[in-house]
Design a protein around this ligand. Structure first.
Ligand code: ASP
Ligand code: MG
Length: 410
């Protein structure tokens, strides 16, 4: 007897048949004596469809209205799943974010969860009903406005709910068998990882692996809620994302992540004096745009070049924001490059092994790949390369750290 939170992604509830399949899985776990909170995404493609509708009507629809619109997708799949569960004889109730008291800040389309009051959930659970919660959405307490948590946000709803109801387990069901050493579509011999630390998963998610939303892993780490990622359609243990264990350090590199949706902005000829970088990045931060790698050259003649990367989707907005700043700080011009990609190697083992970056750079050099920017942390090395060479770079790094081979137990 356990309290389990199960999250089913869009592809798991993509059709009525799949919803019935999910319902049978939920019924089975429930009939084994467990209490269950199910969190669902919108049916696959639905969120994109809704966004597309809005874009047909307006170039820049209000973010408040976008949240009203997008949150409806999850409401549909939650109700359909509850209907199916009841039909199968398992008492179930669906809830919106507002109904379970999912309180967020006021930042539309990327709201952060502040707390979950959860009375309705607790009541329903005392009666041993299955609770089906619409993921991805919350409510801004001050205004009562509906908010959404950013693309992929149902993962975060699930982990946050697991923490709030003190679940024994948080399972994220998806259309792949777990977390892989890299995307098997790019490197066919990519291997499923059995166990990975929160920190590595955090890096992987923020560096481009799409399997979990970054904030869901942050929640897991902060409240030490282990997350099991597994397939809805196939048997298997999946991947356990959990607190770091000593043995994990024996694997130097655990995964290669990559992101294609990046763009580089360069401010050319920026005066090299105090306060300039602060002004530039404050302008960007005010629009809640996530800046990633930043490089400032050594100055020549009192001028320097400053480059940074951002998500490609934010390029237009960032250019707009900076057009004023560029002239105010006296920079010569602003250049952009959309043909870039980012590849990263990740592993907690890097903390205790040296020469990892050198090995990665040598492998890329042998493959004739030019590195445009580099950034490192204790457990990752990231390189910006040309987007056309990204897949090749991923393969090279995956191979040179032997990630296709089973992990040696030490
Ligand atoms: N439906 C939302 C999206 O497509 C949230 C989610 O699936 O987690 O991003
Ligand atoms: Mg997802």
């Amino acid at each position: 007897m356990a309290l389990i939170v199960q999250k089913y992604g869009g592809t798991s509830v993509a059709s009525l048949e799949k919803i019935q399949q999910v319902a049978r899985k939920v019924c089975k776990t429930h009939s084994e004596g467990n209490d269950i909170v199910v969190v669902v995404s919108a049916m696959s493609g639905e969120t994109d469809r809704l966004i597309g509708l809005a874009q047909k009507l307006s170039k820049s629809p209000s973010e408040r209205e976008m949240d009203m619109l997008m949150s409806s997708g999850e409401r549909v799949s939650a109700a359909l799943l509850a209907i199916t569960l009841n039909e199968l004889g398992t008492a179930a109730q669906s809830f919106t974010g507002r109904q379970i008291g999912m309180i967020t800040d006021a930042v539309h389309m990327k709201a952060r969860i502040q707390r979950i009051t959860g009375e309705k959930l607790k009541e329903a659970l005392t009666d041993h009903n299955v609770c089906v919660v619409a993921g991805f959405q919350g409510i801004d307490e001050k205004t009562g406005n509906v908010t959404t948590l950013g693309r992929g946000g149902s993962d975060t709803s699930a982990v946050a709910i697991a923490v709030a109801v003190k679940a024994d387990l948080c399972e994220i069901y998806t259309d792949v068998g777990g977390v892989y050493t890299t995307d098997p579509k790019v490197v066919p011999n990519a291997r499923k990882i059995d166990i990975i630390s929160f920190d590595e998963m955090l890096e992987m998610a923020s560096l481009g692996a799409k399997v979990l939303q970054v904030r869901s892993v942050e929640f897991g780490k902060k409240y030490n809620m282990p997350i099991r990622v597994k397939s809805t359609f196939e048997e298997g243990k999946g991947t356990l994302v959990t607190a770091e264990q000593k043995e994990m350090e024996s694997v130097v590199v655990s995964a290669v992540a990559f992101a294609r949706d990046q763009a580089k902005i360069t401010l050319v000829g920026v005066p090299d004096k105090p306060g300039i970088a602060a002004r530039i990045f404050n302008a960007v931060a005010e629009a809640t745009i996530n800046v990633d790698m930043i490089i400032q050259n050594t100055s020549a003649g009192g001028l320097t070049d400053l480059s940074f990367t951002i998500p490609k989707a934010e390029l237009l907005k960032t250019k707009g924001l900076l057009s004023d700043t560029v002239s105010k700080v006296g920079a010569k011009k602003l250049q952009t490059d959309e043909n870039i990609g980012k590849v990263s190697i990740i592993g907690v083992g890097m903390k205790s092994h040296s020469g990892v970056a050198a090995k990665a750079f040598s492998a890329l050099a042998e493959g004739g790949i030019n590195i445009m920017m580099i950034s490192t942390s204790e457990i990752k090395v990231s390189c910006v390369v040309s987007n056309d060479e990204l897949d090749k770079a991923v393969k090279i790094l995956h191979d040179s750290f032997d990630l296709g081979k089973p992990v040696k137990k030490q």
